[in-house]
Write a protein that binds this ligand. Sequence first.
Ligand code: IVH
Length: 602
Amino acid sequence: MMSLGNTYSREELLEFSNRVSKALSEKFEFVCELKYDGVAIGLTYKNGKLQQAITRGDGVQGDDVTPNVKTIRSIPLILHGDYPEELEIRGEIYLPHESFRRINAEREEEGDQLFANPRNAAAGSLKLQDSKEVAKRKLDCFLYYLLGEKLPALTHYDNLRTAKSWGFRVPDYTVKCGDIDSVMEYVDYWDKARSELPFDIDGIVIKVNSLQQQEDLGFTAKSPRWAIAYKFKAERVETKLLSVDFQVGRTGVITPVANLEPVFLAGTTVKRASLHNADFVEKADLHDQDFVFVEKGGEIIPKIVDVNLEKRNPDAVKIAFISHCPECGSLLTRNEGEAQHFCPNDDECPPQITGKVEHFIHRKAMNIDSLGEGKVELLIDKGLISDASDLYSLKYDQLLGLEKVIPEEEGKKERKVSFREKTVENILKGVEESKKVPFERVLFAIGIRFVGETIAKKLARHFGSIDKIAEATFEELIAVDEIGDRIAQSLIQWFGREKNRQLIEKLRTAGLLLEGAIQKSATGSLAGMTLVVSGVFEGYERDQIKKLIEDNGGKNASSISAKTTCLLAGENMGPAKRQKAESLKVRIISLAEFLDLLQQPI
Ligand code: IVH
């Protein structure tokens, strides 16, 4: 599922309108909608029957929550009227304020941890195992985007009206606007009136109404050019700075965090705010017991934006950055040109050991989710593992019966982790299955500083094996697309350490994939397809299109053969290519058709 480009500024909204106007050079109208703050959902229907409900997740992989969604009364299980044979409709599952208050009151009575805001409560409810419990939560859903081959109308607005007649809950807050002035009026109105709505919104979505014009405008790699989200400015509150902690991350990076007197801000209680790094701390010029102004950047992470100097105690001491690691006492280092300090003791510093293994098992890395929630810590505490490779020699008998009480933290109640038969079986199964994880994800999982998911893919694609990466010189590394000095240095430093080389050898012995071609997504909308891209495309570089193909599970080929599924024809494509495609009966598609293909439900 794609997301929307977003802005907090009216000027940018005007720029969006001008961009649309310039690109279309004809009359057009907008549709303004509320931006519902819940969990994005994609519903698929076949012959009028609900087939599947998938959450947006990280945009690529979501969760199948069909049984739970079936308990939401406003989502029809069966459509009525003249609906298309197949259709996908997207919307937002949210928790109305009333239900949110009731659930939290019940939880308080039961002594359960409260939900911080309706969005978290909606997301948490959708993940429940027991659908009967979900039904009690009284989730609701607004539908706002219809996809499919045979849509009933030529405009977004009319399609939604028709979807309403099939039984969907389409919001009545949606309006058509003939110009940007009326869009601004809508924005102004809801900026004030949102506090009276019975549910949370975090902005306004503005879309071009005509489907033909939407198609003409197309998509960037990330979002449609025919829509934008205007996000309401963050609320700001004042609170007291209680203390500053210095946290140590998995790569040893030190993050200063402010502990604040709890304060309610935009739906949640804020107790902490990131202070990022030493420069930020210096610039913020915070003093002991200061009163600070806090905002939520993008309404998620709270940040200190100002200090109330009038309230500063004249004797207050300035908050200084630390020189030694608060966990292991090592002298901190800071590489030239880098903002962050880090603890160099990555072999022994406890949060670094735990953090590395937790990163290793993460869903996007080795995906050993049976080891989540405090289990890694328990294994380290019991001396069963000291790095990720030790996971592969764990035995059933060593694990069975292990227990640990995790003390209350960050509003989470005290809980007990205990390894019963089923837990142990799941852990060993998860570890075993991780041996099939493709090389590029193993490379990401190892946790080399600055080697994120994308860089790991680039390196894996370029070098093909961990040994080739380990042998590569600085020059060879920086010759790879997107690998700069900083990443190259980090790689050379990492592979230069004996301990890390030993880790690789242990992972090799365990049977992990340390070489091999990138595994293409077998689930993307282009899975199993081979495409040839030819010509030039307005608004897209050829490489961008090739990446889109790969990211969606397809294969790129340079010449047309009987194995080619589609020829993606841009402008100025040579006639020979077209002839060859026609003679081999290879389908020729335009950019718009290609982007449509990407939108096909996975
Ligand atoms: S349209 C192709 N309309 O905002 C884009 N999204 O980044 C289709 N959202 O996670 C999205 N209200 O869940 C659209 N009226 C609305 C919306 C809306 C909320 C969410 C959506 C997505 C995010 C956009």
